[in-house]
Design a protein around this ligand. Structure first.
Ligand SMILES: NC(=O)c1ccc[n+]([C@@H]2O[C@H](COP(=O)([O-])OP(=O)(O)OC[C@H]3O[C@@H](n4cnc5c(N)ncnc54)[C@H](OP(=O)(O)O)[C@@H]3O)[C@@H](O)[C@H]2O)c1
Length: 256
């Protein structure tokens, strides 16, 4: 069982996939955790398995959902020292053919809600002199992704923001990490309309939600700026950093 330095946590998008695995790891390690998502029945099912777990039904695409989550993060009564901004989704297809309202919702969740909750977390943790913020980005944040263009752009924002916050909070006692998973089998593929990838791509490109969750929680405890689970994705990120943009752009276009 992993041992963590966190005393209490809040995980968004805890009803499935990577967030549910984080909830499980935190529960097994005895860290009281608030689970946030829209499907409250799923959250309750997880919360019932562990001591001192709580659920918060919130649609982070709405101002009310964000306000309720901010209230929990900033509460002095029930102090939270690990915030995981994990809720997010993508939309696969040619940009000009996609529903623009859906793309706006994607930006609202992946960018606006994450920014609001990161602000609430750091405004609370920095004066306390301790805390942990883990923002779930993607390896897609390191290059453009034709066919998932808005998604990759939102994740480029998440990685950029989080790396900047990591530097800004140096010496404050607060750890800030961007978790950048590669392909991970979760409900993400169905939600983003990219589930054909689960049958067309070879097994070795897939990472498990459990290992992604464990790597992210371990790396924010160590205050790593970037957390990239899996050796193939670590290598891909390293190579993309030294490869001319026109080549990475074309390669990601071929992978559609
Ligand atoms: N799977 C991958 O290949 C992959 C790769 C790189 C990065 N990621 C990132 O990993 C994170 C987790 O994704 P996942 O793969 O675990 O996908 P997932 O299984 O679809 O989980 C997404 C979670 O986000 C929650 N969510 C969606 N919309 C929400 C909203 N409006 N308000 C509150 N919660 C909302 C969902 O809960 P409800 O529907 O119950 O609200 C669910 O718990 C995302 O940020 C994703 O971009 C995934």
């Amino acid at each position: 069982m992993a041992r963590y330095p966190f005393t209490s946590a809040l995980v968004t998008g805890a009803s499935s996939g990577i967030g549910a695995e984080m909830a499980r790891l935190l529960g097994e390690a005895g860290v009281p955790t608030v689970l946030v998502a829209r499907r409250v029945d799923r959250l309750q099912e997880i919360a019932d398995r562990y001591d001192a777990f709580d659920v918060l039904e919130a649609d982070l695409g709405t101002a009310d959902g964000r306000a309720a989550t901010v209230e929990r993060i900033t509460s002095d009564e029930h102090q939270i020292d690990l915030v995981v901004n994990n809720a997010g989704f993508g939309t696969s297809g040619n940009f000009h053919e996609l529903d623009v309202a859906r793309l706006e919702s994607e930006i609202e969740l992946n960018v606006s809600a994450l920014t609001t909750l990161s602000h609430a977390a750091l405004a609370t943790m920095v004066p306390r002199g301790r805390g942990y913020l883990l923002n779930v980005s993607s390896v897609a944040s390191f290059q453009t992704a034709p066919g998932l263009a808005v998604y990759a752009a939102t994740k480029a924002y998440v990685t950029s923001l989080t790396e900047a916050l990591h530097e800004e909070t140096k010496g404050t006692g607060v750890h800030v990490t961007a978790l950048c998973p590669g392909l991970t089998k979760t409900e993400f593929q169905e939600t983003s309309n990219s589930d054909r990838m689960t049958t067309t791509l070879p097994g070795f490109v897939w990472t498990s939600a459990e290992s992604v969750a464990a790597t992210g929680l371990g790396d924010v405890a160590k205050n790593r700026a970037l957390s990239v689970p899996g050796s193939i994705y670590k290598s891909a990120v390293a190579v993309s950093g030294i490869t001319p943009r026109f080549i990475t752009r074309r390669l990601s276009g071929f992978a559609r």
